[in-house]
Design a protein around this ligand. Structure first.
Ligand SMILES: NC(=O)c1ccc[n+]([C@@H]2O[C@H](COP(=O)([O-])OP(=O)(O)OC[C@H]3O[C@@H](n4cnc5c(N)ncnc54)[C@H](OP(=O)(O)O)[C@@H]3O)[C@@H](O)[C@H]2O)c1
Length: 239
C-alpha cells in the first residue's frame, strides 16, 4: 500500500527556513506530511515531497496565525499530529539601547505569535491527539544583554505551563529549552560568540535531541548540557 504524503501524520514547523527548524523539517521529511512556515516569501531550496509552505511573518502575530490556519483549511487538513512552534528572533545588546520596535518584534515573534497559534491549532491537534512543541531557550532564566529575548522565552515557558494544565488529557504540550546552537541566529541578533561557538550544539544534533525528547513524551526538557554550561559560563563572563 502506498505511503504517500496525504496518508502520513501531519506536522507543522514554524521558522522552517533555517537553523533548527530546517533541520527538524529534514528529520520529519518522508514520515510526515509537512506544513512549513516562515517569514520569507519562498522556502529556500526544493520543498519536501507533499509539503506546503506558508509565508507567515510572525512580527504580525494575528496575520501569521490566520495565514497558517487558512492554509490548513484550504488544504483540507483537519488533524495535526505535531506542531513545532520554533520561529524565533532577538537582538543582543544593552537593553537601554534597544528601540521599542525591536522589543515589540521580539515579543511578537517569540511569544504573542505562539500564543495565538496555539489557540488556532488546538482543534486540529485535539482531533489527532497531537502534541504542541514550544521551542524556548536556556536564556529564559535571564541572560545579560538579551532582555527582551529572555523575557519572551520566560513568557513562553509560562504559556507552556498554562496550556499543559488547560489542555491536560486533550493535547500534549512539550516545552523544550535548548542550550546554544550553532545557527545564524547569533549573527542576526548582532552577537559574535567568538570561541564559545565551538561549544554550541550543531542544529542537526539539537534537532535529533528535540525529536528524542518529543518521542519520549517529555513535557519539559533542557537540551545540550555541555552547550548549556558554555552558555552559562559565557553569560557570567560577559557580565
Ligand atoms: N541559536 C541558539 O543559540 C538558540 C538557543 C536556544 C534557543 N534557540 C531557539 O531556537 C529556535 C530556532 O532558532 P535558530 O537557532 O534555528 O535560529 P535561526 O536559524 O535564525 O532560525 C530562526 C527561524 O525563525 C524565523 N523567523 C525569524 N523571524 C521571524 C518572523 N518575524 N516571522 C517568522 N519567522 C521568523 C527565521 O527566518 P529566516 O530564516 O528568514 O531568518 C528562521 O526560520 C528559536 O526559537 C530560538 O530562539 C536558539
Amino acid at each position: 500500500m502506498s505511503d504517500g504524503p496525504a496518508r502520513r501524520p501531519v506536522a507543522l514547523v514554524t521558522g522552517s527556513t533555517s537553523g533548527l527548524g530546517l533541520c527538524l523539517a529534514r528529520r520529519l521529511e518522508g514520515r510526515y506530511r509537512l506544513i512549513l512556515a516562515g517569514r520569507r516569501d519562498r522556502f529556500p531550496g526544493p520543498l519536501p515531497e507533499g509539503a506546503i509552505y506558508v509565508a507567515a511573518d510572525q512580527a504580525d502575530p494575528h496575520a501569521a496565525s490566520q495565514a497558517i490556519e487558512t492554509r490548513l483549511a484550504e488544504a483540507g487538513i483537519d488533524r495535526l499530529n505535531l506542531a513545532f512552534l520554533n520561529a524565533g528572533t532577538g537582538t543582543y545588546g544593552d537593553p537601554f539601547d534597544e528601540d521599542t520596535a525591536s522589543v515589540r518584534r521580539t515579543l511578537a515573534v517569540n511569544l504573542e505569535a505562539p500564543l495565538l497559534l496555539s489557540h488556532a491549532l488546538f482543534a486540529r491537534l485535539q482531533s489527532a491527539s497531537g502534541r504542541l512543541v514550544l521551542i524556548g531557550s536556556v536564556a529564559r532564566t535571564g541572560s545579560a544583554n538579551l532582555a527582551a529575548y529572555a523575557a519572551s522565552k520566560g513568557g513562553l515557558d509560562a504559556l507552556a505551563r498554562a496550556l499543559g494544565e488547560e489542555w491536560r488529557g486533550r493535547v500534549a504540550v512539550s516545552m523544550i529549552h535548548p542550550g546554544p546552537i550553532a545557527t545564524g541566529m547569533h549573527e542576526k541578533a548582532g552577537f559574535d560568540p567568538k570561541g564559545l561557538r565551538r561549544f554550541f550544539a550543531s542544529p542537526e544534533r539539537m534537532a535529533a535531541m528535540v525529536e528524542r525528547a518529543v518521542e519520549a513524551g517529555r513535557s519539559r526538557a533542557v537540551l545540550g548540557s555541555a552547550a548549556t554550561l558554555a552558555h552559562l559560563i559565557g553569560s557570567g563572563m560577559r557580565r
